[in-house]
Design a protein around this ligand. Sequence first.
Ligand code: ADP
Ligand code: MG
Length: 215
Amino acid sequence: MLAITQLCKAYGDTPVFAGVDLRVAPGEFVAIVGESGVGKSTLLNCIAGLDSVSAGSVRIDGLEVTTLAEPDAALLRRRRLGFVFQAFHVLPHLSVFHNVALPLLLLKRPDAARVREVLAAVGLDALADRLPRQLSGGQLQRVAIARALVHRPALILADEPTGNLDPGTAERVMDLFATQVRHEGAACVLATHSRAAAARADRTLALSADGIGPA
Ligand code: ADP
Ligand code: MG
């Protein structure tokens, strides 16, 4: 599903990480831990083709992401990826319902029942008609999670997805990711510094400046 080989990333002369090797199979749940600033978000962005790499390879379904040009990169993300952004990136003028429905609309597969189902799964069914500015941080985070999962992506990339949630809600959200992995065969890469969240993964890896390895 995902194969990363000798991936290196620097911003100008400042290296972030080098020599990152990682393979994730369908049905596998991997947590990436590491202190703040180590490059977890950068790594997820590089996997999704949202940031350039300095060297190395990222393949999704055998397709080299690092050299994929738009609009092919956007199409790959739309069809195959579910990305939970650390900063949510919900659309401010769309309701909760329409934010979550958007990935299905872009795929020309509108499905209101599915939207309701994921909203219920993250506990937002009562807030479907609200605008993002009428939500708390934890509620916005759950909109971002529902939007990332609504189209049943083959690869889920989640950046600190429980950072704004209380322990009970975080647990339910982690159940949702686990269901997607165990029952739908998705691959999931989760960046987190929550021990409870990392404990739900099959493997926990620590990212550092010179690579990635068992935590
Ligand atoms: P993490 O998610 O592990 O906290 P990040 O991936 O956000 O870490 O950041 C890794 C490092 O790269 C940090 O030192 C950060 O300051 C730096 N960085 C992130 N984005 C940029 C950017 N666009 N330009 C320059 N430096 C950046
Ligand atoms: Mg981060």
